[in-house]
Design a protein around this ligand. Structure first.
Ligand code: NOJ
Length: 561
C-alpha cells in the first residue's frame, strides 16, 4: 500500500444531519450521502469524513454515543453504512469516521449499569467521586458551561468535560481501553479508512481533581485537563494496538498544541497522521476583519504555524468545520462576502503544507444564518451558555449575539442543493432552519456556471491532484515569500527542483507583486512562469511585476523574480 496516501488526498467533511435527507424525515442520512457520491467525486474528493452517525440521544448531535457499533436509526442502518463504504470504494473514495472516545453518552449501557451498581465492572469505566460534605468534588467548569460534575441520586458525582449527558471515560482503566481498541479495530476491519479523533487531548486528567483559584465560582482548568502529563502512554498504546495494524489515516482534534506537542502528536513518529492546527482558525476579536492590519496579524499566525509544522509533522488544513462559523463570515467583512474573497481564501489554504479539508457547503460559499432567538438555535453549547447567563443575571442577548456570529449552528444549517423547497435538502421539515439565502447560493445554480465558486473548487482540487504538482504539495518544502507586501499571503512550495508559487492579495484594492519566472530556456534565459490557477483571470505581466486585483489569488509554476 502506498505510504502516507493521505498526503495527496483532499478530504470533505460531512455533518450527516445536515447533508442530504433521503427519506423525508427532515434529517440527513447515510443514504443521502450515498446519493451524492458522484457530486463529491466530481468535486475532486478522495476521502469523506462523516461526523458521528452512531446511536445517540443526540444531546450533542451524535458526539454523545450510546452504541459505538450501531448506526443511529435516524441516519439509517449498518447495511446502509456498508453500502456507503462499497459505493465510495467503487468510485475510488475512502471514508473516515469520527472517533469519540473521551466520553460516551449517559445512555450508553456502560453508564446505565455503572449508575445502577457502584461495584460493577462498568463503574470503573467512568470517573465517580464522593465528598464527605456531599458537595461537588471541585470547582472546574465544563466546556459547555456549568460544572464538570453531576450528582447521581446515590450521592456519587460523575465527571464530564462536555455536557452532563457526555460522561468522560476513564482511560486509566485498562479494561476500558481494551474495549475501545476492540471497537476501533472492528470499524477498521469493516473497511473504514481511518478516523478524525474527537477531543483527544482531554483523555488524561489531573487525578487530584484539586480546585483552582477563581473569582466567580467555577474555573475552566485547561492545564489540568488537556494534554496532561502521561497522556502519551494512552495515545501510543492506541496507535500500536489499532492504527499501526491498518494503513489508516488519523487526524486529531487537538486545539492549543504548541510546537513540542505537535511533534509528539503529528511528528514523524507521532500518535496520529496529522492534527488540525487551530492557531490561525479565526479572527475573533478583530474589529475590521478585512483591514490590512487584521490580515497581517492573521498572516503571521498562518506563516508561523507553517514554519514549525512543516519542520516536524503534517497538518490538517481547514477553514471551516461543524464547530465554526462559515469562513466567509469569519474572515471577511459583510460587504466583502462573495466569490472573490471566498476563492482567495480557498487558494491561500489549499496548497499549504498539509492535507486540505473542505467542509460541506464551503465549496459553494454558504454563509452564516440570521438567528432571531435562542429557540431557533440547536447547539447544546449555545443553550448551556444562554442558561448560565440567565442564572447569573448576565445579559442573555450578548450570548445570542456571540453565537449568532460565531456559533456552531451557522455551519450546521442544511446543505443548499438547489433553489427549490428546503433548498432540496429534504421533502419534510428540516431539523434546523435552512439559510434564507438558498435561492442565491446553491449547488445547482453553481453547477450551471463556469465562473462559480463550485467550479473554482473543482479546479482547485484538480491542481492538487495533477502531477508533478501533487508531489510538490505532498512532499515539498514551504517558504513564505513577499512577506513585506501588506495583506499579501504568499509562499513557495518546492520539491525535486520544481517550485510552485502561491500569492493571494487580501487587500480591498489592487496591488503589485513581483513577477514569477519559470525554468531557464535552452539559451539560458529566464522564461515566464506558467499560471496554473487564478480566481480572476491571468494577471498581466508588466516588466518584472504582476498587478493583482483585490482578492486575486494566483498559483504559478515558477519562482518569484
Ligand atoms: C469536538 C467536536 O467537534 C464537537 O462538535 C463536540 O461538541 C465536542 N468535541 C465534544 O465531543
Amino acid at each position: 500500500m502506498a505510504a502516507e496516501w493521505w498526503k495527496k488526498a483532499v478530504v470533505y467533511q460531512i455533518y450527516p444531519r445536515s447533508f442530504k435527507d433521503s427519506n423525508g424525515d427532515g434529517i440527513g442520512d447515510l443514504n443521502g450521502i450515498t446519493e451524492k457520491l458522484d457530486y463529491l467525486k466530481e468535486l475532486g474528493v478522495d476521502v469523506i469524513w462523516v461526523s458521528p452517525m452512531y446511536c445517540s440521544p443526540m444531546d450533542d448531535n451524535g458526539y454523545d454515543i450510546s452504541d459505538y457499533y450501531k448506526v443511529d436509526p435516524m441516519f439509517g442502518t449498518n447495511d446502509d453504512m456498508d453500502r456507503l463504504l462499497a459505493e465510495a470504494e467503487k468510485r475510488g473514495m475512502k471514508v473516515i469516521l469520527d472517533l469519540v472516545v473521551n466520553h460516551c453518552s449517559d445512555e450508553h449501557q456502560w453508564f446505565v449499569k455503572a449508575k445502577q451498581d457502584p461495584d460493577c465492572e462498568e463503574a470503573g469505566y467512568f470517573y465517580f467521586r464522593r465528598k464527605e460534605d456531599g458537595g461537588e468534588p471541585n470547582n472546574w467548569r465544563s466546556n459547555f458551561g456549568g460544572s464538570v460534575w453531576t450528582e447521581l441520586p446515590d450521592g456519587r458525582w460523575y465527571f464530564h468535560t462536555f455536557s452532563k449527558k457526555q460522561p468522560d471515560l476513564n482511560w486509566e482503566n485498562p479494561k476500558l481501553r481494551e474495549k475501545i481498541y476492540e471497537m476501533i479495530n472492528w470499524w477498521l476491519e469493516k473497511g473504514v479508512a481511518g478516523f478524525r479523533v474527537d477531543a483527544i487531548t482531554f483523555i488524561k486528567k489531573d487525578l487530584t481533581f484539586a480546585s483552582r483559584e477563581t473569582e466567580d465560582g467555577l474555573r475552566y482548568p485547561i492545564e489540568n485537563l488537556t494534554d496532561y502529563p502521561g497522556i502519551g502512554d494512552f495515545l501510543a498504546e492506541m496507535k500500536e494496538k489499532c492504527f499501526d495494524l491498518h494503513d489508516c489515516m488519523t487526524v486529531a482534534e487537538a486545539p492549543g498544541v504548541g510546537e513540542e506537542t505537535f511533534r509528539r502528536y503529528a511528528g514523524e513518529h507521532g500518535y496520529f497522521s496529522m492534527i488540525f492546527d487551530f492557531t490561525w482558525e479565526n479572527m475573533e476579536g478583530e474589529a475590521d476583519k478585512s483591514s490590512v492590519e487584521a490580515v497581517e496579524r492573521w498572516k503571521q499566525r498562518i506563516l508561523k504555524s507553517q514554519r514549525f509544522t512543516s519542520e516536524i509533522g503534517w497538518n490538517g488544513l481547514f477553514l471551516e468545520n461543524h464547530d465554526q462559523s462559515r469562513c466567509v463570515n469569519k474572515y471577511l467583512e459583510k460587504d466583502q462576502i462573495g466569490y472573490a474573497g471566498a476563492s482567495a481564501m480557498a487558494v491561500m489554504y489549499f496548497y499549504l503544507y498539509g492535507t486540505p479539508f473542505i467542509y460541506q457547503g464551503q465549496e459553494i460559499g454558504m454563509t452564516n444564518a440570521v438567528w432571531n432567538s435562542i429557540e431557533e438555535m440547536d447547539d447544546v453549547r449555545a443553550k448551556g451558555m444562554y442558561r448560565e447567563a440567565l442564572e447569573q443575571k448576565k445579559d442573555p442577548q450578548k450570548v445570542l449575539e456571540y453565537f449568532g456570529e460565531l456559533g456552531r449552528d451557522n455551519a450546521r444549517t442544511p446543505m443548499q442543493w438547489c433553489n427549490e423547497k428546503n433548498a432540496g435538502f429534504t421533502e419534510g421539515t428540516p431539523w434546523l432552519k435552512v439559510n434564507e439565502n438558498y435561492q442565491d447560493i446553491n449547488v445547482k445554480a453553481q453547477e450551471a456556471r463556469d465562473d462559480s465558486l463550485l467550479a473554482f473548487y473543482r479546479r482547485l482540487t484538480a491542481l492538487r491532484h495533477q502531477e508533478p504538482y501533487a508531489s510538490v504539495f505532498a512532499e515539498g518544502t514551504v517558504r513564505p515569500v513577499m512577506e513585506e507586501l501588506p495583506a499579501v499571503i504568499a509562499y513557495e512550495r518546492e520539491w525535486n527542483g520544481r517550485t510552485v508559487t502561491v500569492a493571494v492579495n487580501f487587500k480591498k484594492t489592487e496591488q503589485e507583486i513581483p513577477a514569477i519566472n519559470g525554468a531557464l530556456s535552452a539559451a539560458g534565459n529566464p522564461t515566464e512562469g506558467t499560471c496554473l490557477l487564478s480566481n480572476e483571470g491571468e494577471p498581466e505581466r508588466i516588466g518584472e511585476r504582476y498587478l493583482l486585483k483585490a482578492y486575486q489569488a494566483v498559483v504559478f509554476d515558477g519562482k518569484m523574480v
